[in-house]
Design a protein around this ligand. Structure first.
Ligand code: C2E
Ligand code: MG
Ligand code: MG
Length: 594
């Protein structure tokens, strides 16, 4: 039996193969089988060292030497620990005790001082009497694998756009934080953020700008939070902040307000100045949810409320929100089915000219006769459709249907106009103009019998850009009006730049027209201002003689409201139009009130 440990260092040439060496070291069949197994087990290209019982290297292959930045000759005779300083202590112990393969991950040291991760597989070599003779060690460079693992971990747990923790990591942290808070009887706060109108920014400016916007938002948010808080991106324009621990409700409110203030400064992205804001829903642990799912649900419900209250605000969760939220989710889920089942209908509310006393047209108003929820009003389902993007399908349906009706009525009441409400998201779709042109062409509607209604806030939001879009619509020949005038942040100065035909006084001013002098003054001012800008004025929600008299007196051009007729189904409106298209009835519009 050859005892390699007794050979002088360097007597084994690095070129001699390990099997050959072992044949010298060990003739025992069982041992040989084990060695073969070990060698079979070694990954291709692994570095191999054999050290003697003192731990000195007596054999090293080229791969091992190169991996550590040495020439093979430099290593022979040197302690194996020059390669793996970290594994020394454990190695000694194992040398003496272990019989089989011993695997571990550790850090090895290169000649140039660089440390790198390796996987070592060692096999102690013993003589038949069991005496320890030395160690065969295979070394695998793990740098690449560790890098891949790290990348995979990053992919699995971090959002690629903002580099923030993603939903999976947030869930992990939430579960841990809740368990700890429960044990220590502490409070947590979960803030659910949703950027206002981000989807429109994304679709109008492109995803690259959208991504940069999100990155900037993430950086601002992160800069305003302390380390113990978790900021995560759930996806899209949704961020979640876990405040842990919570100093008190008031501090949470202060934090929410501070987060919103981060949006006061415009965002400069690719040379463009962009504005943004965020709505925030807040849920507290444990009172608003005792587990992760219910806490998130509560924060989401609070967020929805914040959006409903006009965006750029924050709301704490309250129990009533749960009901609202459950219905919202149910409606959102039921909508697509409703569309497929043909549950959406257009109703039409007549509009009358107050000077000529003639029927001028109708406003198309959407109704949802849901098999599941009964009649759902547009005030409830339109905001939901807007927030989930379903408005694109609905808006398309409304446009086409309204145009088809307009074509039909035009045949026996030429010039009758049909007004269609256009949602902000619909208008901001990059292909809105093409869609319009396409609908006009496909339905054969006379463009001048189509009037598009935009709310003030939609028009004013991106005023400069909107002017071009509105001009393009005007060139197509359609009429344009501003809906719910007086409720938004109208800039009268801007109004004259918009190529619009009419403004509609919001029905909230009409309701108290006769009893509230402020409302009367506002209505009067709107009429005279509109006239000075050569715009037509349409009053909404006219319900009684007194309101009508007031409006006629102030030379309001047109009106609609229950006084004339409520919105009615298409066929009913056809009958209505026929009735007032007959010459003898043309002078009796105001007698239609019940
Ligand atoms: P709007 O465009 O301001 O529509 C006028 C609303 O006033 C209608 O409510 C109409 O039914 C109601 N109204 C009419 N006359 C009277 C009256 O004399 N008194 C009172 N109190 N109300 C009256 P509706 O149909 O519930 O629609 C509510 C809102 O939903 C609409 O307000 C509009 O903003 C939106 N909407 C309706 N249909 C559509 C649609 O197809 N697309 C979009 N984007 N929005 C729609
Ligand atoms: Mg309207
Ligand atoms: Mg209106």
């Amino acid at each position: 039996m050859h005892d390699a440990a007794n050979d002088p260092p360097g007597c084994l040439q690095s070129g001699s193969g390990p099997l050959q060496l072992f044949n010298q070291l060990q003739q025992d069949d069982e041992r040989l089988a084990m060695l073969k197994e070990a060698i079979d087990f070694l990954p291709i290209g692994a570095g191999i060292t054999i050290s003697d019982r003192e731990g000195k290297i007596i054999y090293v292959n080229q791969a091992e030497a190169e991996m550590h930045g040495y020439a093979s000759e430099e290593l022979l005779g040197r302690p194996a620990r020059v390669l793996a300083p970290e594994s020394k202590a454990g190695g000694r112990r194992i040398n003496r005790q272990t019989a089989g393969l011993w695997k571990r991950e550790c850090l090895n040291l290169r000649k140039d001082g660089m440390i790198f991760p390796v996987q070592l597989t060692s096999l102690p070599i013993r003589n038949p009497g069991g005496d320890y003779l030395g160690m065969l060690t295979a070394c695998e460079d793990m740098t690449q694998r560790k890098l891949c693992e790290q990348q995979l971990k990053t992919l699995a747990y971090y959002d690629s756009v903002t580099k923030l923790p993603n939903r999976a990591l947030l869930m992990d942290r939430l579960h841990q934080a809740l368990a700890l808070a429960q044990r220590e009887r502490r409070e947590l706060a979960l803030l659910f953020l949703d950027l206002d109108n981000f989807k429109d920014l994304n679709s109008s400016k492109g995803h690259e700008v959208g991504d940069k916007f999100l990155q900037e938002v993430a950086a601002r948010l992160a800069g305003c939070l302390c380390e113990s808080n978790t900021l995560a991106r759930l996806g899209g324009d949704e961020f979640v902040i876990l405040i842990n621990p919570v100093p008190g409700d008031e501090e949470v409110a202060v934090t929410a307000a501070r987060l919103q203030a981060l949006f006061a400064e415009p965002f400069l992205i690719e040379g463009e100045v962009l504005y943004g804001s965020t709505s925030i829903g807040i849920a507290l642990f444990p009172e608003d949810g005792r587990d992760v799912e219910s806490l998130l649900r509560s924060a989401d419900a609070a967020l929805y409320q914040a959006k409903r209250e006009g965006k750029a605000g924050y709301q704490f969760f309250s129990q009533e929100m749960n009901q609202v939220n459950m219905r919202r989710v149910a409606l959102e889920n039921g909508m697509r089915q409703g569309l497929a089942r043909g549950e959406f209908y257009l109703y039409f509310q007549p509009q009358w000219d107050l000077k000529t006393l003639r029927l001028t047209g109708a406003e198309a108003l959407l109704r949802w006769h849901s098999a599941e929820f009964g009649l759902v009003g547009p005030d409830e389902f339109i905001p939901i459709a807007e927030s989930c993007g379903f408005i694109f399908d609905l808006g398309d349906l409304v446009l086409r249907e309204a145009c088809l009706h307009a074509v039909q009525w035009d045949s026996f009441f030429p010039g009758l106009k049909v007004a269609v409400n256009i949602s902000g998201r619909q208008f901001r779709q990059p292909d809105f103009l093409e869609t319009m042109a396409c609908v006009i062409k496909e339905t054969g509607v006379r463009p001048s019998s189509l009037e598009l209604e935009f709310t003030e806030s939609v028009i004013m939001e991106r005023a400069e850009k909107n002017i071009h879009a509105l001009q393009a619509l005007k060139r197509m020949g359609v009429k344009l009006s501003i809906d719910d005038f007086g409720t938004g942040y109208s800039s009268l100065n801007y109004l004259k730049h918009f190529p619009i035909d009419a403004i509609k006084i919001d029905r909230s001013f009409i309701a108290e027209l006769v009893t509230d002098s402020d409302d009367a003054a506002i209505a009067e001012a709107i009429i005279s201002m509109a006239h000075s800008l050569k715009l037509k004025v349409i009053a909404e929600g006219v319900e009684n003689d007194a309101q009508l008299d007031f409006l006629v007196d102030r030379c309001c051009d047109e009106a609609q409201g229950f006084y004339f007729a409520p919105p009615m189904a298409g066929e009913d409106f056809t009958g209505y139009v026929k009735r007032f298209s007959e010459p003898e009835d043309q002078s009796k519009p105001l007698s239609v009130a019940g």
